[in-house]
Write a protein that binds this ligand. Structure first.
Ligand code: C2E
Ligand code: MG
Ligand code: MG
Ligand code: MG
Length: 293
């Protein structure tokens, strides 16, 4: 490619390109190391019913321990999500840890609601994805209603979409809820809603961060909330950082919220205390959707 772009056949390889290539290679090698070293783990961020202030559940967010021992967020290994094997490897470790944590919390009588796990398109396209999740849950006795799967609009609709649609239908029919993540950022969002058994709409944080002052974002939010209501979906706003935003979203009729204002992602070691702290706000019955409102 560099050669074809060069004048008179010379190879033009700008320093910036080398930096990019090296950066990508470093990300992939970091991800590989984290997977083989079992240094990938979920952090958990609370999701809250905005009307009642009760805990709805948590979202599991991937963190990995770098060779220096610090925890890092997905952005530092972003390129690994485009690599089928690495994306699948990371996803497996997160899911296994989440299912194991949920089993421990259930055994300890900690009522956590549900855990939402992000799934990459590579995972969704891997064979027996749905069956493996269902089998993992069954084998440790965690009910399917405890798991939610977050799918982004980046998941392809055309090629391989049949396999993905089938996997989502299988999970959904067994009681795993499906959330459409980062809603409003992709070109095919409405088609996704038609094609997949979606239960939850997560509104991308870039539509939230300028509320309430941005009239454009307020109009977009109101349209998305209408859409969610008309389709009977649970709406969730991401990236709530202020009390003002939480109150605005609640008044606008958004069902759930998530963001630093409501709680930062926390490691598993902090979870028993965190879940206990939320307990007074949580209804006794986990499985009745209506009881959670
Ligand atoms: P996402 O699923 O949309 O997750 C929300 C992101 O917003 C998280 O970033 C979270 O830490 C961050 N966040 C939460 N509250 C706030 C807030 O109040 N303000 C701001 N500015 N940010 C907030 P994180 O953890 O860095 O994850 C980034 C993305 O990486 C996620 O976006 C998701 O697409 C992906 N990801 C995370 N964990 C996994 C995973 O286990 N598997 C896969 N396939 N993707 C994952
Ligand atoms: Mg998500
Ligand atoms: Mg999101
Ligand atoms: Mg997001």
């Amino acid at each position: 490619v560099a050669k074809a772009q060069g004048r008179s056949g010379t190879v033009v390889f700008k320093p910036a390109m080398r930096t990019q290539v090296e950066h990508r290679a470093k990300m992939l090698s970091n991800a590989r190391g984290a997977i083989t070293g079992q240094r990938i783990e979920p952090y958990y961020q609370p999701k809250v019913w905005l009307g009642s202030g009760r805990l709805a559940g948590f979202e599991a967010l991937l963190r990995w321990r770098n060779p220096q021992g610090q925890m890092e967020a997905p952005v530092t290994i972003q390129a690994a999500f485009d690599d089928r094997r690495l994306a699948t490897g990371m996803g497996r470790q997160v899911l296994a840890a989440v299912i194991n944590d949920m089993r421990e919390w259930l055994e300890a009588g900690l009522e956590f609601g549900h855990v939402a796990v992000n799934a990459s398109s590579a995972e969704l396209q891997s064979s027996h994805f749905a069956e493996q999740i269902l089998e993992s849950l069954r084998s440790v006795g965690v009910p399917t209603r405890c798991l939610e799967l977050e799918v982004t609009e980046a998941v392809p609709l055309g090629q391989n979409a049949d396999g993905i649609a089938q996997a989502l239908r299988t999970l959904s029919s067994e009681g795993v809820r499906i959330a459409l993540d980062d809603f409003g950022t992709g070109y095919a969002s409405l088609l996704h809603l038609k094609q997949h058994p979606v239960d939850v709409l997560k509104i991308e944080q870039s539509f939230v961060c300028n509320l309430p002052s941005s009239s454009e974002d307020a109009a977009i939010l109101s349209a998305v909330l209408d859409l969610g209501r008309n389709l009977g979906l649970t709406t969730v706003a991401e990236g709530i950082e202020t009390a003002e935003q939480a109150e605005y979203l609640r008044a606008a009729g958004c069902d759930q919220g998530q963001g630093y204002f409501l709680g930062r992602p926390a490691p598993r070691g902090a979870m028993a205390d965190l879940i206990t702290a939320w307990q007074p706000y949580l209804p006794r019955c986990l499985d009745q959707r209506s009881a959670q409102h």
